[in-house]
Design a protein around this ligand. Structure first.
Ligand code: UDP
Length: 562
């Protein structure tokens, strides 16, 4: 059932290197057995359920759980946020903690806005400060070196708020295409900034150390610089801090300032989150020749998955005491999906259609309701999360987990499950994946596409060659329009539909949605500005775009390009 690409990834990164080497089946057994240790009764029954849902590729937890469960001191979470306080000691304490997290396969997000700006006063030395970007560069190099010994590339999210005096430098900090390559960078945006842009007003940059206004710039100047850079390199993205905090389930614990590296989990300092994703291609049933969503099956998968993720919090090994304390107090988990584009193809619904958007909303609404039901059942059985009383959750919702859902990018686990990434449209019908494994290129060909072509008697050498070179069937006259529409790929789909899908899933996702709006190379800066603006207006929690070929190294590529 595992494809060659899946086996290659498993073999390189996940299967234990003992003698003889672990098999994929043994991996799923190891993870299931270890995670079932959290069960007080019926441990064997739960172990079997966990094993089945993973080995059937219907649900997979985030990579660190697959890699490390059952190992001595196995760290199982993918997502962390660490504090960056304005002192040398604090900056390097966090750097040490980040190194430990990266070594275990986790990713870290930070907001650097508490750091005094470049050239500000340092009273202890009588000198001047280096500023947030200089410290980010140190974090970046450390990440580079840790990755050589670690399980996978360490990922970082670096955020600077729009009111920080170094914001102009931060916006262009990845502009040269070589700096901060281990960081995604995002601007911490507030509603008042967006209003200042819309009214073309001045915007104050405030020194976080003195709280004094250091500089005043036109809001629209910053905005234009952001959108131009994003057009140029894909960075920076935006994080909408007010929307995130409006939806913060435990505001008493403070304001959330950062997300994990890919943006799907807003977290407090030292919080971690365990992710898992349901494979949507595994919840279909056929009746009288028609294909339907099997809602009952989906419900069963959600129940097992939520229990699994809650167990992970209990059996996890924590590298940092502060992380253990807050992660166990809030018990945040993030159950999401992968294979959304392929589910739509199975159902015969084009991604770029209102029907697909509505189904996305309905599906995520169902997943949220059932996830909460499952968490409430656990809350009754095991007790609510410790800070539940302080939280905004209703008294009638004795939840076990402060949050239940996140839409993660599923960069590796969707390859293992052989399905489309997250809620993304198909990248292409035929493409290559470069650099995810050291020096290895993987080719992906969409099996649903070939199957459909064969079914319709349309599969021939001409189609094969065209798809190999362009990844698309758009230019082929011999293919009926509705088939072309069904197999539209990421860059052929308008940004409006990309955003509508993000919005549909965000509506019922208590954490956030990681989504990249993939754009053709010909996209204009003005389009990027429109997308970023629309993302704010629609109350998304964040936005990321990527324009084709805007970076020298691109992980997914059409084969015809080189
Ligand atoms: N992540 C990381 N390094 C990576 C990829 C991912 O630290 O190379 C972390 C990061 O926090 C990201 C999260 O894992 O937001 C989930 O990413 P994804 O769904 O792609 O991970 P997978 O479980 O598929 O490996």
């Amino acid at each position: 059932m595992l494809t060659d690409n899946a086996l290659q990834i498993l073999n390189d990164r996940y299967l234990l290197n003992r003698n003889p080497k672990e098999t994929p089946d043994e991996l799923f057994r190891r993870v299931a057995k270890y995670v079932a240790n959290a069960e007080e009764t019926n441990k064997d029954i739960w172990e079997q359920k966990f094993y089945e849902i993973m080995s059937n590729l219907a649900f997979l937890p985030n990579s660190p759980t697959l890699m490390n469960a059952g190992l001595e001191n196995g760290q199982l979470s993918a997502c962390f946020v660490l504090p960056v306080e304005d002192s040398l000691e604090a900056i390097f304490t966090t750097l040490k903690n980040a190194a430990l997290i990266h070594q275990s396969g986790g990713g870290t997000g930070y907001n650097f806005s508490k750091l005094r700006p470049k050239d500000d006063l340092v009273s202890s030395s009588g000198g001047t400060s280096s500023g947030p970007i200089a410290f980010m560069k140190i974090y970046d190099s450390a990440t580079e070196y840790v990755k050589q010994g670690g399980k996978r590339r360490g990922a970082n999210m670096g955020i600077l708020n729009i009111s920080h005096p170094d914001i102009e430098e931060f916006i262009v900090s990845k502009s040269d295409g070589t700096s901060l390559q281990n960081f995604n960078i995002s601007i911490g945006i507030t509603d008042s900034f967006m209003k200042a842009v819309s009214k073309d007003k001045d915007w104050k940059l405030v020194n976080p150390r003195t709280q004094k206004i250091q500089k005043v710039v036109r809001a629209s100047k910053l905005w234009n610089s952001i959108t131009r850079e994003a057009w140029k390199t894909g960075d920076p993205g935006l994080i909408f801090l007010d929307t995130i905090n409006k939806n913060n389930p435990i505001p008493e614990q403070g304001r959330i300032g950062s997300t994990n590296p890919c943006g799907e989990v807003p977290l407090l300092d030292y919080e971690s989150c365990n992710l898992g994703s349901l494979n949507l291609t595994k919840i279909v049933k056929q009746e009288e020749g028609k294909v339907y969503i099997d809602w009952a099956k989906l419900d069963t998968h959600i129940n097992v998955a939520i229990r699994f993720l809650d167990n992970v919090i209990s059996v996890n090994h924590y590298l940092i005491p502060e992380v253990e304390r807050i992660s166990k107090a809030n018990r945040k988990i993030g159950l999401g999906v992968m294979g959304w584009a392929e589910l739509l193809i199975i159902l015969g619904i084009p991604y770029a259609s209102q029907e697909a958007v509505e189904l996305g909303e309905k599906l995520m609404g169902f997943i949220k309701t059932k996830s909460y039901d499952a968490s409430i059942t656990l809350g009754k059985e095991r007790g609510t999360f410790l800070t539940w009383k302080e939280s905004l959750h209703e008294p009638a919702e004795p939840l076990r987990n402060a949050t239940c859902n996140s839409i993660a990018p599923t960069g590796s686990i969707s390859v293992i499950a052989n399905t489309s990434y997250s809620i993304e449209p198909l990248y292409a019908l035929h493409y290559k994946r470069v650099g995810i494994l050291e020096n290895k290129t993987q080719i992906e060909v969409n099996i649903f596409f070939i199957e459909k072509m064969k079914q319709l008697g349309l599969w021939n050498k001409q189609v094969e060659i065209e798809v190999m070179h362009t990844g698309s069937i758009k230019g082929l006259k011999s293919i009926p329009k509705e088939i072309k529409k069904l197999f539209e790929t990421s860059m052929e789909i308008s940004w409006e539909y990309h955003l509508l899908h993000q919005q549909a899933f965000q509506k019922y996702t208590d954490n956030a949605v990681s989504k990249t709006i993939n754009l053709p190379e010909t996209t204009m800066v003005k389009d990027v500005a429109d997308i970023y603006w629309a993302a704010w207006e629609r109350q998304l929690k964040g936005i990321t775009i990527y324009r084709n070929n805007s970076r020298a190294h691109q992980i997914l590529q059409h084969c015809g390009l080189n």
